[in-house]
Design a protein around this ligand. Sequence first.
Ligand code: SF4
Length: 433
Amino acid sequence: MSQFAIIQPATTERNLGGVCYMPYWHYAMFRQKMEPVRLYENVTMRDWDRLLELHKKDRLLVDLSSYPQIDFVWSVLPDLVRAKTEFAFIGYEPLIRALGLPFFKVKNEELLTGVFGYLQYFEEYRYGLLSDCDSHLKHLEDGRAVVPLFLSVGCKRGCPYCYVSGSNYPYGTASDRQIDALLNLCVKQNWNIHFTDENFFAHPRYRQIVERLRGTGLRWICLTDTLSLYRVLGEHGAEWLRGGGNALNEVGLEVLDSTVLGKQQAIAPLLERRHEVPIFWLTMTFLPRDTLGSMRAMGDFLRRYGYRLEELLPRIQTNSTVGGLGQFMQLYHGTVYWQQREKLGRVFTERPTRLWPSFIGHRLLSSRVRVCETLQKEDEEWLGLYVGKARVEETLQEVDGRKTFGEIVGEDMAKAVALAQAARLNLIEEVGG
Ligand code: SF4
């Protein structure tokens, strides 16, 4: 009997976004419909021949949700065509369509059954735990598993770099019945929870959810936006939020875009309260509007409010920048910035991830650079970990106020990172466009 076989190619990307849950959401959707399905996680080329041989009669669904998976896809495509196997792709629809690959389209309502059914099959997944955020809870070592839990999915705020707002991304909220069942399951299984909703405190039932976990001993983390956290703290107070103990392990705040300075002012009073509420936040740089000035401002902010190196060690593999958790803007097919990419700057790779710069805006490329200071002792440790002290020093030697950032960097993204880090450390400044 033919069945669906979901193949999730391994990826080198460490900082996995929500879209990378697609193979699991599809698996759970088929399981809910009682359709036969198998899931092959983290598949490499070594597994490929065997899988293809095993499943000639199956309908293969190959995941493409992370850009580094493209190479696997190009390698296996001739085999799929040659074997006349029935196949299609699931994952990030705009990318799949742009590559001219067949896309397995599922209605939003159907996919939602998988999003909110994902956890029921948790013990059938070999890996399952996708988010880098989960390692923040894993290091607690209280013996409990950490599970990602979506009680809502999608977002319609339309940030120009974000794929989540696209019409092709699932959007919806779990029903009251589903929420109760999922929370009961977590309590029964004694699982710590990573709420993977894009904005947990915008969820219409966040109060009941927090209350439900009170007294269970479970720890949880969530993501939210700055305004929602202000609102919740104003309405309930920090003690309520912490669940009368350490139940709330962390609140992750929305990305702090280095080019929106007002955001830093807005978030600062919350960061002053980190002794009351455990907060972490991400920064994002290399946006189209970024300049050396905006990176220096971010550096100043991180010096004041940023984390110490020791605080960041558990998550250092997935987010890394001096003084804070950093990501580099990545262009996703189908987003506003993707459509405007030629006007906005230069794309440096077809395999972007958020942990390495893949795009530099024209504004940054055309700014001229001047050295201001020398490297301070306390910065050396950071640079040694992330960029390489020698690389920063070497790049600084090339700085010449008559040259633009683009001329110094040339085609070398490593130099661009070194220069951007130097700006954050106030080692260099911008002298004009
Ligand atoms: S970045 Fe966050 S707020 Fe903006 S569209 Fe994406 S999920 Fe929504």
